[in-house]
Structures are given as structure tokens and as C-alpha cells.
Ligand binder design. Structure first.
Ligand SMILES: C[S@@+](CC[C@H](N)C(=O)[O-])C[C@H]1O[C@@H](n2cnc3c(N)ncnc32)[C@H](O)[C@@H]1O
Length: 352
């Protein structure tokens, strides 16, 4: 899947685009109106639009800096591309753009849109408030311009600009957007929620949520008609969010005592059909299998399996899948499906 978005996002969801496409196919959802209430880089929305799964996309982000970027792409494409082409990517420029970003609540939208792109492409992991690639003294292995490929950025932005009549942009709180905008979008819609993570989400991007806010969102989304999925870090399961919904745990890692837990989880709306080839027993491909680091997940019902105790054949399949995910030798993965041998009461042998 090509990169369509010009923005980098920590934990960006581009790798899940193929999973969403499979879900749409399995539900005969074609030409959907796609809604992304926490758009960020809108990686999935753009993929669905440009691969012609979506007729229209509705992208929303409360952060004025992120909104300003998309506003510039859609309404000021030529000027944005001109700025990319003529701006020198230096520390001096970084400091200038950083000042504009600091005044983001009042800055001119086109100025701010460029500042957002500049900082997103020159900061570590694309974090707008983060540090610059290579450090302030530029002594690191990579320089400030390492991720600022001008021709490619201009190409992506021009391409999105050509789709502007099929992209609707909003700057609203996601909860309001869910209550007031989504229900008025046609019935043939699909909503993808990627809210800030519950754990470790505070410094990465705008995140005003506490667990009460996450619960409020879960209550509202659960009642939403139509097809939707929500992605989270796995602590959403521990906090019992979306507890009556099916989920797929992915980014699997070994915990302890033969137990596996996903690093992330995707909750699914009730009517959504799963592709026939997906079964609870099998790891589900979440990303394109041909990608360098394919991601697999396991379908869980309402609650996660506390222990995966299955037949040895299932264990073999699971270990093989994990080996692919983790790229480690088979021998180093503990066997999850073997019941531990019972301890003998007479394990201590006394001599004499
Ligand atoms: C996890 S990121 C989304 C990343 C995106 N899925 C991608 O792949 O690029 C979360 C986004 O939600 C936005 N956000 C945070 N709180 C919000 C809120 N209450 N309403 C709407 N957007 C919000 C942040 O600005 C951030 O861009």
C-alpha cells in the first residue's frame, strides 16, 4: 500500500488499511462515506479514498494545528507546495516554524498549516511538540532534513488536492462529531476511531482525555448505528471499554504463564461480518502479508481469553504466526498451548 498521507504519526494506522478493506469487502460495503473523528494523518481515510473504497471521506481533528494543515492542503494547495519547494530545511527555519506553532490558537491557518507539516517532518517521530531530528546542535546520525523529501511531499499534497471535492474537513470534539455529524451522514457509512491512547498518549499529540472521557466516548460510539471500528492500546480491555463488543487483539506479545496479550486492540460494531477466512483459532492478518513486518491479531469474543489452552496443532500454527511477527527463531518462543505438567507431590527425593 503506497503512502498517501504527508504526515507522520506515532502509531499511525496506515498498516491497518488492508484490514479495513477486508472488513468492507466482507460486508459488501462499497463506495462508503468514511468518517474519521480522530483523523491525525488520515492514513486510512486517504487509502480508502484513493483505492476507491470510499466515495467521500469526512476527516475531523480538534487540534487547530492538524486542522490547519489539512485546511491548507485542501484550500491552498499551490501555496503550500510553493512553500515546501522554496523553504530551506535548517535549524533557523525550525525555530521560526516552532514559534508559529506555539501561537497555534491564533496563527493564520496557511502559516500554521505549513508549520505543522514542517515540524511533523523534522521532529522525532513526527511529534509536533517534540525534539528535532539530529538534536538542536545537529550532531545526531540523521540530519533535520532526513524525512523532508520535497518532491514526494509535493506529489502527495497535489494528489490529495485533486480529490478535494470528495474530502470534508471538520474541527470538532470527536464526541460532538459523533453525536451531531455522523448520524446525518448517509446510511452507507463506515466510521474509524483512533482516539489517543489511554497509556502513554499524553505527549504524542493533543490528548485531554482521562478514563472518564474514554468511557463517555465508548458509551456514545456503542450506541452508534452503522458500521464502525475503534482502535486502542490494550489497556482499553483492562478498563472494560466496549465490553460487549467483539475485538481483535494485535501486536501480540508473550506475557507470562502461557498467556498472550495484544499491544493494541480493535473493537468491532455489532452487525459487522468478519471475512470468512478469519476464525477465532487463527491469527488474522492485520496488515498486508507481503509487507516487511506483517501484523497479526487474534479474534476475541466479549472478553479476552485468560489462557489459550488448545490442541497442539493450534499451538503450532500460533507459534509459526508469532515467529513471523517477531522474526525470531521458533525455539525461543515458549509454547502457549501446552498445559504445564502437574508438579509431583513427591518431587523432593530424600536419600536414605
Ligand atoms: C492517535 S492520533 C490519530 C492518528 C491517525 N489515526 C493516523 O493514523 O494518522 C489521535 C488524533 O486525535 C486528535 N484528538 C485528540 N483529542 C481529540 C478530540 N477530543 N476530538 C477530536 N480529535 C482529537 C489528535 O489531535 C490526534 O491527531
Amino acid at each position: 500500500m503506497p503512502y498517501y498521507t504527508p504526515l507522520r504519526y506515532p502509531g499511525g494506522k496506515r498498516r491497518l488499511a488492508t484490514t479495513i478493506m477486508r472488513l468492507l469487502d466482507a460486508n459488501d460495503l462499497t463506495d462508503v462515506e468514511y468518517c474519521e473523528p480522530y483523523a491525525g494523518g488520515a492514513a486510512i481515510g486517504l487509502a480508502l479514498l484513493m483505492e476507491e473504497y470510499a466515495s467521500v471521506i469526512h476527516i475531523n481533528d480538534l487540534d487547530r494545528a492538524v486542522y490547519a494543515f489539512w485546511y491548507s492542503v485542501l484550500n491552498d494547495t499551490t501555496e503550500l507546495c510553493r512553500r515546501i519547494a522554496r523553504t530551506k530545511v535548517t535549524m533557523r527555519e525550525w525555530k521560526r516554524q516552532r514559534k508559529i506553532y506555539e501561537l497555534r490558537e491564533t496563527a493564520d491557518l496557511t502559516e500554521l498549516g505549513f508549520a505543522t507539516l514542517f515540524l511533523n517532518r523534522t521532529n522525532r517521530s513526527g511529534i509536533l511538540s517534540g525534539g528535532v531530528i539530529g538534536g538542536k546542535n545537529q550532531t545526531g546520525e540523521w540530519g533535520i532534513d532526513a524525512r523532508f523529501g520535497k518532491p514526494e511531499l509535493i506529489h502527495r499534497i497535489r494528489k490529495i488536492g485533486r480529490y478535494r471535492s470528495r474530502i470534508n474537513l471538520y474541527q470538532q470534539d470527536a464526541l460532538e462529531f459523533t453525536k451531531r455529524v455522523i448520524p446525518n451522514i448517509g446510511a452507507n457509512r463506515f466510521a474509524f476511531y483512533d482516539p489517543p491512547y489511554i497509556e502513554n498518549g499524553a505527549e504524542l499529540y493533543l490528548n485531554d482525555y482521562d478514563i472518564k472521557g474514554h468511557r463517555q466516548l465508548a458509551d456514545t460510539v456503542s450506541k452508534l448505528s452503522g458500521a464502525w471500528v475503534v482502535t486502542y492500546d490494550y489497556s482499553a480491555v483492562r478498563h472494560k471499554l466496549y465490553r460487549s463488543h467483539r475485538r481483535i487483539a494485535y501486536g501480540l506479545q508473550y506475557m507470562a504463564q502461557g498467556r498472550y496479550e495484544g499491544k493494541e486492540v480493535m473493537f468491532l460494531s455489532k452487525g459487522l461480518r468478519l471475512p470468512q477466512t478469519w476464525s477465532k483459532m487463527l491469527p488474522v492478518p492485520m496488515s498486508a502479508e507481503s509487507s516487511g513486518h506483517p501484523v497479526y491479531g487474534m479474534i476475541e469474543d466479549m472478553k479476552p481469553h485468560p489462557k489459550m489452552v488448545e490442541g497442539p496443532e493450534a499451538g503450532e500454527r500460533f507459534v509459526n504466526a508469532l515467529r513471523t511477527v517477531l522474526s525470531v527463531p521458533k525455539s525461543s518462543i515458549p509454547q502457549p498451548f501446552h498445559k504445564p505438567a502437574k508438579k509431583s507431590k513427591r518431587s523432593v527425593t530424600r536419600k536414605g
